[in-house]
Design a protein around this ligand. Structure first.
Ligand code: AMP
Ligand code: GLY
Length: 440
């Protein structure tokens, strides 16, 4: 079967590998020449992923029947609606359904309207005066975000990134002044706890869960520094996390199930992978955000463990034929560490060469997923975003982490960084202790 894939990052490379294992005939569009995707594709085109007409033309040229779309950008501007119009079935949400990610006010209002658990106190503003009045009434700490897409980098947390009323207002003005502000600024209650990711496959009505994953958004070791798209992530062999109980996990799944029902009720049924980002607080899981796609890096943790045929899952999500209990994952742990260009998170330095020994990586018990890199004249060059995901896989988290580190020795470059603390016993224990204190 011929399938279109959109996107050139690590998440998309992981999806392409899973489709390739299912025997799909792959046609890819992406903005960078991702060598991992290119070697699996029958055809590809380098194009900005928001150029809907060019992508539709490519889909028609190659007569694809289904599409998998990795990033949120094309969803926001209706790529799915355009592809469905030309008869391509998509395992991804329409523009209306993608609002669950592209409009944080839509998400909060939906959760509030349907009395779904896990919402936060929030307020949305389109001007500085009203925002300022509101902030002056707040006694508890807040988080300030644009209501639109941020690429994971537009969130500032009081007490961490913002330390005074002046700093908060300066950030509000910055958001209202830029296009990423879309319809404004959202002020949310700051929740204390530990974050986890629950992703599910969705077919418009039913959900099928994936293993839990924990991402690390902060740029520097010890969870310090600016927020990024995610520096690395881990998942455990029992598909829970060392600090998340089965009960907390079921609450998160229940929230996602109710969101899927609410979207169907609202006339914008959701198809495709859905990403729930939760903060486990003393009052249970709270919704931080809902994304209309796989997480990146989280997709690299779960897709290598998928036992089902991914192509069938893509078709089932698109066509409303998912069987809830039939999606199985291997009971193994994974640790993913992203190799990023120096300065990623603030001012990244692109255009530097990375040398890879793929055999060494595989012999270490790890997988490699290429991300924001370009293969130019036989040289692998960094871009401004995350470069390469290395995923160690093992019976335990310790083994997976050791394998990831062993594999990282086969990645060399002068201008790259890695958060080596991800998946290590010390950092995980800190998270377990934090939750123990919070719940006691
Ligand atoms: P987001 O882009 O919404 O995922 O936010 C990026 C990061 O900011 C999250 O991973 C959290 O660490 C933090 N964050 C976002 N919203 C909140 C909140 N309401 N309370 C506490 N931390 C938050
Ligand atoms: N890992 C964060 C995200 O995909 O949004």
């Amino acid at each position: 079967m011929r399938i279109l894939t959109v996107g050139g990052g690590g998440r998309e490379h992981a999806a392409v590998e899973a489709l390739y294992r299912s025997g799909a005939e792959i046609y890819s569009v992406m903005k960078n020449a991702n060598p991992g995707i290119i070697r699996r594709a029958k055809g590809y085109k380098l194009v900005n992923e928001r150029l809907v007409d060019d992508i539709c033309e490519f889909a028609i040229e190659h007569d694809v029947s289904h599409a998998f779309i990795g990033p949120e950008g094309p969803l926001e501007i209706g790529l799915v609606d355009a592809l469905e119009n030309i008869g391509v079935k998509c395992a991804a949400p329409t523009m209306a359904a993608a609002r669950i990610e592209t409009s944080k006010s839509f998400m909060r209002e939906l959760v509030s309207k349907y009395n779904i658990e896990g919402n936060l106190a929030y307020a949305v503003f389109d001007n500085a005066e009203d925002t300022e009045k509101y902030l002056k009434t707040m006694t508890a700490e807040v988080v300030i975000k644009p209501t639109g897409l941020t690429g994971g980098k537009g969130v500032k947390v009081q007490g961490e990134h913002l330390h005074s009323h002046e700093e908060m207002m300066a950030y509000v003005l910055e958001i209202l002044d830029t296009s990423s502000g879309m319809d404004g600024v959202i002020i949310e209650e700051k929740v204390n706890g530990e974050e986890f990711t629950q992703m599910v496959f969705v077919d418009g009505k039913r959900i099928a869960p994936m293993p839990l994953v924990q991402d690390h958004k902060r740029a520097y070791e010890g969870d310090m520094g600016p927020n990024t798209g995610g520096m690395g992530s881990y998942s455990d062999a029992n598909h829970l996390l060392p600090f998340v109980s089965e009960d907390a996990r079921n609450k998160a799944l229940d929230i996602l199930r109710k969101i899927v029902d609410a979207m169907s009720e609202e006339g914008c049924p959701y198809h495709g992978p859905m990403y729930g980002q939760f903060m486990l607080s003393k009052d249970g899981p709270k919704i931080i955000e809902i994304n209309a796609r796989f997480g990146d890096p989280e997709a690299m943790n779960v897709l290598p463990l998928l036992e089902n045929d991914f192509l069938t899952l893509v078709k089932d999500m698109a066509n409303g034929r998912l069987k809830e209990d039939s999606v199985k994952f291997k009971e193994l742990a994974t640790v993913c560490k992203y190799v990023v260009p120096k300065g990623y998170g603030t001012v990244p330095v692109p255009g530097h060469e990375i040398c890879i020994n793929e055999d060494g990586i595989h012999e270490s018990g790890a997988e490699i997923f290429y991300a924001n890199v370009d293969m130019i004249d036989g040289k692998l060059l960094t871009g401004t975003s995350r470069s390469i995901g290395i995923v160690g896989i093992g019976e335990t988290l310790e083994e997976a982490e050791r394998r990831c580190e062993a594999a990282l020795r086969f990645v060399e470059g002068e201008a790259i960084c890695v958060r080596h603390d991800i998946g290590k016993r010390d950092l995980i224990q800190k998270k377990v202790d934090r939750i123990k204190n919070l719940l006691s």
